[in-house]
Design a protein around this ligand. Sequence first.
Ligand code: SF4
Ligand code: SF4
Ligand SMILES: [Zn+2]
Length: 351
Amino acid sequence: MARCRHCGKESRLISQILGACLDCIRGDLAAVLPYIERARSQARNQFALPVHPPKSDPGLWCRICVNECRLAPGDRSYCGLRYNEEGRLRGARVDKANVSWYYDSLPTNCVADWVCAGGTGAGYSQFAYRSGTEFGYKNLAVFYQACSFDCLFCQNWHYRELALQESKVSAARLADAVDEYTSCICYFGGDPTPQLPHSIRAARLALRQNKGRALRICWETNGSMHLALLAQAAEIALDSGGCIKFDLKAWDEGLHLALCGVSNKRTKENLQLLAEYTEKRRSPPFLVASTLLVPGYIDKQEVSQIAEFISSLDPDIPYSLLAFYPHFMMRDLPTTSTTPRNAWQQQRHKG
Ligand code: SF4
Ligand code: SF4
Ligand SMILES: [Zn+2]
C-alpha cells in the first residue's frame, strides 16, 4: 500500500517509487513533477545512466531516436551506448552492436503470433512454410541491449548493465546466425531503436544470404526512432512478410513521461507513418499494436484513447493488451487483475 504525496490517497495501485496516483499525474502534472523526477533519478543513477538526454551545445549529435542526444566530451548518451571521447563519438554504431540472440521454436510467445505467418500460416506459401503454425521452424530472437526509454516496469531491466559495455558484434556475424530452419528474425530488447541501423544492415545481409526462400523480418519496438530509419525497417518487414510490433505504453503524455521517462509524441507520429503501409499487405498484417496493462496507471481511459487512435488510422490493425507482472522499480504493484474477465464469465453463465 502506497500513498500519493500530492492528494494523500492510499492504494495498492499507487507505485511507491512514483509517489503519485494516476489522477494527480493526469490532472496536475506540474504539481507531481518533483516526485516523478525523484523516481527517475533513482531508476537511472543506480546504472550510472543520465536522468535526461544530454543536450550540450556544441556537442556530438545522435539523431537515431527521439532523445536526440548532444554529447560534450565525457558525456554518455541516454541509451548508454554512446559517449564523447575527446571529441569523437564512440560506442555502438552500424557495424558494432551490444546484442545477443537465441533460437525460439515456432510458435513463440511473440506478441503477434496470433496473426503472423509463423503462428498461423497467414501468407502461405509466399511468406510461410506451412499453411498453419510453423512447427519444425524457429525464430531468431535478437536482443538489443539498450533502450531509448526508461520504463519503471521494465521486464528486461538487466540490459542496462550491458548497454555500458563495449560494443562488439558485427551485422555480418548476426546475419550468419540464420540457418535453414530459421523462418523469422525478431528484433527486440531493451529496444532495437538505438541500434536500428545495425538491425537493418543485418536484415539486408540475412535476406541476401537466404534469397529465394521465406525469411520474415520483424521489429518489436517502442516506436521512438527517427522517421527515416523507421521507413527503411518498414520496407524490409513489408517485403519479407514480417511485421512491426508497435508498443504504445500510454496515451497521456505526462503519464508516459512518468512511466517511461520520455515523451510519446514521436511514437504517435511514427504509428501514423506505419499505418500508411497497412493497405499494402493485409495478410499477414504488417502492423500489430500492443499495450501493457500496468495496474493503477494504464486504465480504461488510456486503453480507449489508444484504441481510438489506432482504429482512426486503420480499424484492421490488430491490437493486443498484455498482462503486467511486477518487475524492476514497480515490484510493489499487483499483477493485472482478472476481475473483469471473471465478471464477464459470470455474466455469460447467467445469460
Ligand atoms: S518474429 Fe514475426 S513472424 Fe516470427 S513469430 Fe514473431 S511476429 Fe511471427
Ligand atoms: S539512440 Fe541513444 S545516443 Fe542516439 S539519440 Fe537515442 S538515446 Fe541518444
Ligand atoms: Zn494523487
